[in-house]
Structures are given as C-alpha cells and as structure tokens.
Design a binder for this molecule. Sequence first.
Ligand code: SF4
Length: 431
Amino acid sequence: MNEYDSNRILDLTKKINYKETNNISEANCYVLNTCHIREKATDKVYHDIGRIKKEFRGKKKPIILIAGCVAQAEGDILLKKENYIDAVIGPQSYHKINKVILNLENKLNLKNVTEFDVIEKFDTLNLIKNSDNKVSSFLTIQEGCDKFCKFCVVPYTRGPEFSRSIKELVQEVKQLVNNGSREITLLGQNVNAYNFEGQKLSDLILEIAQINELKRIRYTTSHPKDFTEDLIRAHKNCKKLMPFIHLPVQSGSNKVLKQMNRNHSIEEYIELIDKLKNTIPNLQFSSDFIIGYPGETEDDFEKTLDIMSKVKFTNSYSFVYSTRPGTPSSNLKKINNDITKKRLMIFQHIANKIKTDYREKLLTKISPVLFENKTKEKNKYFGRDEWFNSVIVESNEDLIGKIKNIKITKVSRNTLFGEISSKLIKKEFAA
Ligand code: SF4
C-alpha cells in the first residue's frame, strides 16, 4: 500500500512543480513513506535521516517529511527527537502534502498533520490522474480495519474500515490500463471486507474484469472471516482473477487465535481452504505467521507446524512476535527470545522444504506468464506466472506487457527460469 501511496504522493507534488529524482544529492525535498507493521521502522527513519544529513553537510538543508504509519503512530516523538524533520504526515492526510511543502517553503509552521481525513483524501486523489505506468500496478480500494487483532497497529494508524466507490475505482483502473497496466492488485488492509453501499469485493472484481485490456486481477490482504461465498464464486467464474490467495492464519492453535482476537477457529480456517480448493482445484495459498505470541506453548507451536504441513502454503511470511507500542498485546509477558528464535527456525525449515518441493514440481511445466520488465541482463525479461512466482526468460522479442506460455527449465530458491513454448496448455502448473 505504501507503494501506491508513494505514487500518489508523486502525482500530488507534481501539481506544485516537484518531480522525482534518483539522485540523492540533488533532492530538495525528501518524503520518507514509512511502515509501522514491524519493529525497527522508527530506527530506520533515524538512520535514513542520518544519511541525508551527511549528504547535505555544509549545504542548504532539504525539506524532510515523514509520511506513513510511523508518522501517524510516533509523529510527536519524531518531531521532538529529531529537529532535522520538518513535518510528519499520516497515511490518511497525505493529500495535504502540497500545503505542508508550500508552508515550509514560506517558513510557515504546519508540523503534525495526522488527522483521519480518508474521505477528503480520496476525493482529492480522484481529481488527479494516476500516472503509474507499470505493467502490474497496485490500487487501494479499502483502508483501515475494524478487527482489532491484539497485536496489530493498523486500526490505530490507518483508522476504521473505509471502502472507495466502485465508480471511482473503475475510473482509476481505466487510467492505469490506459497507462499500460495489464495486471491490477486490489489493496486493502482487510481487502475482502470491501463494502461500498452493499457492493462487495466480488462485485468490484467482476466489474473491472469487463475492461478488455486488463488481463489479470489479484487482491490482498484477506481476512478468513470475510471470505464470503460470492468471492469464492468470483474465483470460479472470473478467469482474470488469479488462482493465488494470501490468507493470513498467524497461528495453528485455537487458544492463541482467541488470545489474538482473530475471530475464527483453526477448524473454520481449514474448512474455508478445503472449500476453496474443492471449488478451484488449481488454487495455491500463502500466509502470515506470528511465532512466539505471548503465552504460546510448545503444544500451540506444534499446532502451527501442523497447519503449515496440512495446507502446504507455497509461500509464507513468518516472524517472531514483536511488540507494537499501544496495542493490547504490548502489555503481555513476552516469551524468552531463545525459545521464539528456535521455534522460528524450526518453522521456517519446514516452510522452506514445502516451498522447495512445490517449486521442483514446476520443472518442465508450462504456464502463462505476464512479463513486467526487462532485467539488467541483455534480452532477459521478468514476469510472473498465475501463482505469483517470479519467472525469467530470454527473448529477442520485446515481452513487456505480453502474456506468453512458458516452459520452466530451471528452478532456484526464489526464481523460475524458462523458455517460450508454442504448446497450448491446460492449467497443469498446480502441482
Ligand atoms: S485483521 Fe489484519 S489489519 Fe486488521 S487488526 Fe487484524 S492483523 Fe491488523
């Protein structure tokens, strides 16, 4: 979502004649767009500011703005601790960035802009063309969360759930497609909670699927509780909707899920996965896991290993529990570090084995790949298959924006390598 926000910040600042530069020493304004989901995000801000300070020693100081969720959560502390920062702007107020910059240019004060003005934000953004011109683009359709998982900072930094109207989203998809996008990933902290005047995520998907030049649709991140029948049906009926779902489970233990306030049991989660797999057999899943949540016993951890082995997630994002200040779980007693680190190692070993086995089965298989860009190596193109695996192919033909059937010839840990195949395929990739 920060990538989407950063692109929109660029679109906004163009209105006051700012433009992007890749040359760190020539910038006269820095916007550090931050994420607060993991620990150390604030340290990173101080570190980056240190680098900028060094770069500008003895020169005119650039404008320094901290945007995103760190600004929202720790704005006052940042301003107090680091006077090189000129202003902090929260994720629901970045449409005011031009006013902040112009004020700073005129030595006026507007330091902490962290109101939850999400309606005003999107009203402002809708008036400005989205200039993102990537083959695969992000589009924020929903923000905020009302779930209040005990470990999560999102309800406090992004605010309550808000969904944009289908009409404005269709318009923005058309802009992106006209700019060259062939794949759109619909974004939301709780994307399948999307609900605009009764219209749901499945309605939006079916609506944008009508746009001819749009070839692929993805969405992230879903909550198991909001995975309704209509969305399952959309997967069955909409060929443009990719057969890959990121569905965070966090833990395999009902006790821990309850303590986290995840609002579903592990049995309900498995039932949902089974239902999805029975309806769309070539579906693959990825998930998020928190290892060592306060109170997690060996038995709870074993249950997390069980769910990993049962579902066989082809990708997983696992982290040791880290306290986010201000969340309810921050008051709980943490588990000993050595124990959590050991558990994480065991978990990741199993997760990697599942991933490797899956990827090895892809060798010699043929699958459609949408190519996004050229790599630094001559005539090599980067793309993704329908299951979001990275694929690299050598070609004399310009492949950017095209979908080709690719036969996989080599598999590495994070990348597949292949060649263009002339064979017609069925969905044989789903190993
Ligand atoms: S559902 Fe997701 S975004 Fe919402 S509180 Fe839970 S973890 Fe955070």
